[in-house]
Design a protein around this ligand. Sequence first.
Ligand SMILES: *Cc1c(COP(=O)(O)O)cnc(C)c1O
Length: 496
Amino acid sequence: MYVSSRNKNISVSSSQAIIQGLAQDGGLFVPSKIPSVNINDEKYLTMSYKDVAKDILALYLDDFTKEEIDFCVENAYTDMFETDEIVPVKKADGLYFIELYHGKTLAFKDVALSILPFLIVTAKKKNKIKEDILIVTATSGDTGKAALEAFKDRSGIKIIVYYPDTGVSDMQKHQMITQQGNNLHVYAISGNFDDAQTAVKKAFNSSEFKNKLKNQGYILSSANSINIGRLVPQIVYYFTSYFQLVKTGEIKLGDKINIAVPTGNFGNILAAYYASTMGLPVNKLVCASNKNKVLADFFLDNGTYDINREFYTTESPSMDILISSNFERILYHASNGNTEFVNKKMQELKDNGKYKVALDILAEMDIFAGEFTDEIDCKLAIQNVFNSANYLIDSHTAVAVNAYQKYNSKKMENNKVLIASTASPFKFPAFVLEAIDEKLDKNTKAFDALRKLERISKIKIPKSLADSEFFEKRFDKTINANDLEESIFNFLKTQN
Ligand SMILES: *Cc1c(COP(=O)(O)O)cnc(C)c1O
């Protein structure tokens, strides 16, 4: 069962939690009990990615039958990724990169979003829901494209994506506004990601809006990482990557590892936290921030979460976030399910833009460490890894690499470290080229930069990107946050 992080009396099955996305009191659904896995069971060492996924998903989706889980996993991960392993682990420069970006849209979001439509369709059937599902999603760049691609032309589902008009990279924008499919729409929204996410959350919390939708035959749901249908599939790759290190002899079963995750909304690293709580041997989870370092500061400065600060647009746009939604789930777990505490902190955040947690709560978060990386160090990290290992990483992954190096220059730990490699370098060609010292003309077009990167790295441009170069631009409208609901109804009018 899942309960709201703000009220344990709101409890639902996993399939209901997937459909609703967010609890009706604005809380996030959290598992009432985090399951455990016997890591010493050697069966895992011979299992495929899909089989481990089936195992882990069954622990969290307890109202799904085995057949239903098989159906979801097989559809999500058969012929959807460019690599057979789904999520390969590559060693470079003494680090182990979990390459999470071999799906359709070249970001780690694909791993969870490839399966979410199947989880939703199955959940809808189980709960005998007749209405269509309307997915409304705010994106800092990568979720939007991954969700569009995953939900495109699926019957019984519509999807609208809002991206901040200041913030996403050229390539991210190109990918979204050229999206094909008939059941979907993309809008730019004036402002940054927090503005977009706040507007979407407001719609989710309005029962008037939801009733109006219901009268038109739609139920609102979310593809954002607040949805447990996003979160649970992300737990899988921390296990498979660990087993990969064991299989290749880099570690022994039971050895503790460190994991560094480039963090924005705190979804990916939360999945790593669940994995470690389930029994994955983890020493530290390093939460890596870019210049928008609210989270790093929280861990570095004794538990103060403070968004009263300048917002920066950076070269790692998917991490340009001040309000990390999923952090609420950690407050819930660290306080041992104290919903009164969670409510109080969320109210303080709303009223004052900040809150502080007591040292005993902070002690419960001891597995986390925070570090941050500015734009210069981010660039240097790309350059260093390329020069010493001939291995290319993107700007988000580089934030994690540099943050980890900062962390370990203080701690000097010998643990092997997994770096969550969250996007393909081809998604950010201009910045990556600059980082490895290739001078680019200011007017270089994104796709020309891409071809240059292909020549230098000798890695072929991923097919999905190459194919999209001459796709027509379909969506060019920017709306104000206040007009979000209206824009949704306008889209739905076109859908009958
Ligand atoms: C979304 C994203 C992140 C941040 O992940 P969270 O789960 O929001 O913390 C990091 N890197 C890339 C490339 C992303 O797309």
